[in-house]
Design a protein around this ligand. Structure first.
Ligand SMILES: [Zn+2]
Length: 148
């Protein structure tokens, strides 16, 4: 385990950060003095390192649904996105991505089988919940989903 502390330093009107790195297991302290350029370099390097697995996963997304050239995507790192011919827009969660996909394709999603269907092919209840009008197709889609 490590604790990291940052203190403000100042020398001849120039501000700097003092980074104190304490390794709890060894009891060893490491310090570094960073000017603003060093701090920005460290920030960018850490951000790139943290984002690398997510960015790599975006290269090989799984297509969850596709309609009229618009794709609903998910990645092995758990991100969700919607893409047309251009690069995907990545969203914070599955629900937001599914909403964006429905909006982009003009569809609704069935509460039972989760397929995206035309509004005219759906029944809607008083709470605004959509289900497939074709119950046979809906049951088949549910069965196919459960067998995965
Ligand atoms: Zn359905």
């Amino acid at each position: 385990m490590t604790t990291i502390s940052i203190f403000n330093g100042k020398e001849r009107d120039k501000r700097y950060a003092i980074l104190l790195w304490h390794d709890v297991e060894t009891g060893r302290d490491t310090t570094a003095r960073l000017d603003e350029t060093d701090a920005a370099t460290l920030r960018d390097a850490l951000t790139a390192w943290l984002d690398a697995p997510r960015m790599e996963a975006r290269k090989t997304p799984t297509v969850v649904a596709e309609r009229d050239g618009i794709r609903l995507l998910t990645t092995s790192s758990g991100e969700w996105g919607v893409a047309d011919d251009e690069s995907p827009s990545w969203l914070s969660c599955e629900a937001e991505a599914r909403c964006e996909f429905r909006y982009a394709t003009g569809t609704v999603s069935c509460e039972s089988c989760a397929r995206f269907i035309e509004r005219g092919d759906a029944c809607v209840d008083d709470d605004g919940i959509y289900t497939c009008a074709d119950e046979t197709a809906c049951s088949a889609a549910c069965a196919a989903k459960e067998s995965k």
